[in-house]
Design a binder for this molecule. Structure first.
Ligand code: MG
Length: 252
């Protein structure tokens, strides 16, 4: 998705090419989106308020019931599937105007308003230390559009990967973005554990740094910072701005 194969380099012929440090090693930062770059808990709460205003409390509750049903079955959040099933099963007599307005609420939701403070500047900082790539789990239609509308797509030069479960795609990820070192930034401790193990399976010995940002409900759970795969814990994604490559990876 939006993947490019050209490397712009520094353009002036000085310094190492884009994404490489001075010792000639390439670091790729894999950045989660929900509750890492943007406050998805707050976004979902606001979307919930708007849906309730539009549909009324009872129908809105049905909508979120369908949302959870779809999430359980598809094992990933999917607003397109939720909308389709909601109309089909929960509210088949709704007018076209009501349907269209609900779809607009969901599809045009302003995720850019929910970016964490300094998120895009922090991405720009990481782009100077290595290559930043978005690695997000979500619906294959909705999630890339959400990422683009939040302005994240542009911040990572279009390098955006969206999967159902990122830890199942390390072979593709490492093929698309070869590196001497990967840094995964996440709010979900489990994902750090799983991606670390999956990387070790497809690319044994490749250094990996797991960065847990204490944002959102998963990172707030007791023991979140103690799971295998967490190397660095930060209170906020923006804290990465104050660190250089050695500060992040511990590498000299
Ligand atoms: Mg997340």
């Amino acid at each position: 998705m939006g993947e490019r194969t050209t490397d712009p380099g520094h353009g002036d012929g000085s310094g190492p090419p884009h994404g490489w440090d001075r010792s000639g090693r390439r670091t790729v930062f894999l950045l989660d989106v929900d509750n890492t770059l943007l406050d998805n808990d707050a976004a979902k709460a606001e979307l919930g308020r708007r849906i309730r205003d539009h549909l009324g409390a009872v129908a809105a509750e049905r909508f979120w019931g369908v949302y959870e049903e779809v999430r359980t079955e598809a094992t990933v959040v999917s607003y397109p599937l939720t909308l389709a099933r909601y109309w089909e099963e929960a509210d088949p007599t709704a007018t076209v105007a009501i349907r269209a307005a609900l779809a607009d609420l969901v599809v045009e939701f302003p995720y850019a308003d929910f970016l964490y403070p300094g998120a895009l500047e922090t991405v720009a900082h990481l782009c100077r230390l290595g290559r930043a790539v978005v690695l997000s789990d979500g619906d294959p239609a909705y999630q890339p559009s959400k990422i683009a509308r939040a302005g994240i797509d542009e911040a990572v030069d279009g390098f955006v990967l969206v999967y159902g479960h990122k830890e199942e795609h390390l072979r593709e990820i490492t093929a698309a973005f070869p590196a001497d070192r990967y840094v995964l930034v996440e709010d979900k401790p489990d994902n750090l554990t799983k991606v670390r193990a999956a990387l070790a399976a497809v690319s044994p010995g490749t250094p990996f740094t797991g960065v847990l940002v204490r944002q959102g409900k998963y990172a707030a759970a007791p023991g979140a910072a103690d799971v295998h795969g967490v190397d660095l814990v930060l209170d906020a994604f923006g804290d990465l701005r104050g660190l250089d490559l050695a500060g992040i990876t511990g590498a000299r």
